[in-house]
Design a protein around this ligand. Sequence first.
Ligand code: 8YV
Length: 316
Amino acid sequence: MPAPDVIVTAPLPPFLYDPLRADYRCHDYYQSSHKPGLLAAEGQKIRGLVQGGGTVTPTDLLDQLPKLEIISVFGVGYDGVPVDYCRRRGLKVTNTPDVLTDDVADVAVGLVLMTGRGFAKAERFVRSGEWEKKGPELTTKLGGRTAGILGLGRIGKAIGQRLEAMGMKIAYTGRKAQPGVHYRYVPDLKALAAESDFLIVACPGGPATKHLVNADVLSALGKKGTIVNIARGSIIDEPALVQALQDGTIGGAGLDVFADEPHVPKPLLAMDNVVLLPHVGSATNETRKAMGDLCKANLDAWFAGRPLLTLIPELA
Ligand code: 8YV
């Protein structure tokens, strides 16, 4: 059997790309300087597509891949995949859940500490030599404060577990109350924001959650509150967030994700009460390798006629 043709629409690390190239005829759409030419020459043969978590896959690209069978996402998020279209065409969509849960939750905790205890600011204070002149500012104790989690999935639960170990109170919102969870369920996001010291965004991205965190939610969070986002930039109305920070409506923000990565709204760069990370939720060697292995294992399983290791819930 000839190696199946696979199109790659995102930058991939060598520990995933090299083994993929060994077993598949890979076509690098992401790097191609002549994408229409690549599609015209190879589109008819392509049976698999590999993309990143945040990669947007337009339906008109998929229309040009008539033999496509599977999209394997190198990431847990598949908000860039047109799921209804895939269902209609009978395309399989796989992702890399579980293996990245702990690392992403660690980043959320990091952002709570960096904003709440002011560690990012304190570190700048030492580097700038200010400590030679005066003592550092006091901050607020985290124990006893409330973390409101938007989206209590696998990652949200891992965040809750960590923050609870730090003595924080945990409440959450989502489409429904979770069975077997002792955290308090607050059905309304605005109500959750109103009682949270940290509002932590951990739900999936995509059309259903676009701008869920809007000006109203931010105003409910108020001056006492900090917004933390480790999920997707699209979930927060970013101009409203910038405004809320500029006019002091909310206390601060810790952000690992943005609406138009790698571009970060310029006003945020100058704000002392904002911590900015370059989407490093899953960015450890161990986790990215595990994600890469799972991403390829799904393709391998599909083309060998074995059961898939993961399949997105909408298509299960
Ligand atoms: C990765 C992510 O940066 O898993 C996701 O959904 O956003 C991140 O873990 C991305 O998938 C790498 O392609």
